[in-house]
Design a binder for this molecule. Sequence first.
Ligand code: UD1
Length: 430
Amino acid sequence: MNQYVIRGGHPLFGEITVSGAKNAAVAIIPAALLVDGVVRIENVPEISDVTLFFSILEELGAKVRILNRHAVELDCRSIHSTRPSYELARRIRASYYLVGALLGRFGQATVAMPGGCNFGVRPIDLHVKGFRAMGAEVTEGGFIEAVARDGRLKGASIYMDQVSVGATMNVMMAAVLADGVTTIDNAAKEPHIVDLANFLNSMGADIKGAGTDTIKIRGVEKLTGGTYCIIPDQIEAGTYMAAVAATGGQLLIKNVIPKHMECISSKLQEMGVVVEEQDDALLVRRSAPLQRTNVKTMPYPGFPTDMQPQITVVLALAEGTSIVTEGVWDNRFKYVGELKRLGAQIQVDGRVAVVEGVSRLEGAPIQACDLRAGAALVIAGLAAQGTTTLGSVQYIERGYEDMVGKLRAVGADIELVDLPEPEKKEQSIG
Ligand code: UD1
């Protein structure tokens, strides 16, 4: 319930180190439930979604030992429940991974589904279709309850009608200990799909083809434990690339996998931003005016939907008119109203935004409405002249490790301000 106060208009210069990938971490941590041994995970991002998952695992009976800010040991040999509490599970969207992991290991799971949604309907029919194909009885309501008919799931061939990150990962988790071979066709190919498969394989699973359309999982008797290091966060890196594109300046963005960044780098290059690849870093520089372009979000290797708000802010400052088409979610332009308060010229019609570039934004009080939109509004505040106060920053803290500290270290004038109690109350109602 705190807010960021941003005095914008300063270019960014220096180095930023990217943390471990949020969307890999929120799958790999529940996937540790599948392991009958000690799992050590490194490069874990220090974000509130991860902390919440640790609490859920502890509540189920796991031992969670924090080794340092970015490393943890998880021991799921003493799990005594397959029913995480409603209070914890409903607070994190990725709690659906608990279903695949618990069902795969113990043959049953009862998990509260996250309530309301931020950017459109978020169905789980493809997850359920996969579990049913593997022999689970599944009932849905306030909770999703899944039980393997014979105590253990059976391998199956599953075609995903739509490319889904969550369903691909969830079915993968359910299948690693199943009896026989599971094939997922039309699988998602995001970097965190490959990361989850690599994690599970390093614990003793037999998964082939992650990162392609078809993933084959041969069930094994048991996963035994080991050490794994999470990949860098593609979206966090992209967010800082967008920040320097919007403010001008030069950033060395360290701890990235340049291949994962190509879909984002190429769009920024079209806009006149210089992006130089190094082994595990990107040097990003903007000294000339930004040029217009069009962007359509798509599953990987397309332009990521989780970068759509950030790139829209950059385009809001480009010369000319750009079209942004949201190809994944129904309602992911809610933040545009806030961006307009800063002077952006954007018209939204359904999944399409027409962005008329303006030469400057002006600071104003605004509110974050979800994680990536919140990050985009930080970028807008950094680029705007004058002071922006951004409320509801708890969304940002779900998925960005120390955003304020990282930005301050490269010259941004941004601070976290603790709101007095009455104002906090007001903000939470809004
Ligand atoms: C994950 C990411 C989210 C990102 C999204 C797309 C996590 C925790 N979240 O969300 O940040 O925006 O991928 O890259 O990793 N769909 C169905 N039925 C299903 C599942 C999905 O129709 O059972 C549809 C959705 O409505 C959406 C599309 O498939 O239109 C993609 O959703 P999906 O890839 O599943 O997103 P998530 O895994 O929820």
